[in-house]
Design a protein around this ligand. Structure first.
Ligand code: SF4
Ligand code: SF4
Length: 56
């Protein structure tokens, strides 16, 4: 599973950073992005209160 964060929707609350078991989410300015450590576990997708994290 490929997971990505929509920069236009993310509000930078950092909840996804705290939940990710692989330390795969970082902040870039005021929005979050997924780095190369993502295993595609999907835990962050339903967590995001903005619905900014998508599965592809
Ligand atoms: S949980 Fe959603 S809104 Fe919050 S930082 Fe992560 S992607 Fe952005
Ligand atoms: S899918 Fe899992 S490993 Fe990838 S960023 Fe989300 S919580 Fe982290």
């Amino acid at each position: 599973m490929v997971v990505r964060i929509r920069e236009d929707v993310c509000r930078g609350c950092k909840m996804c950073i705290r939940i990710c078991p692989s330390r795969a989410i970082e902040m870039k300015g005021s929005t979050a992005f997924i780095n190369g450590k993502c295993t595609g576990c999907g835990s962050c997708v339903s967590l995001c209160p903005m619905g900014a994290i998508e599965k592809e």
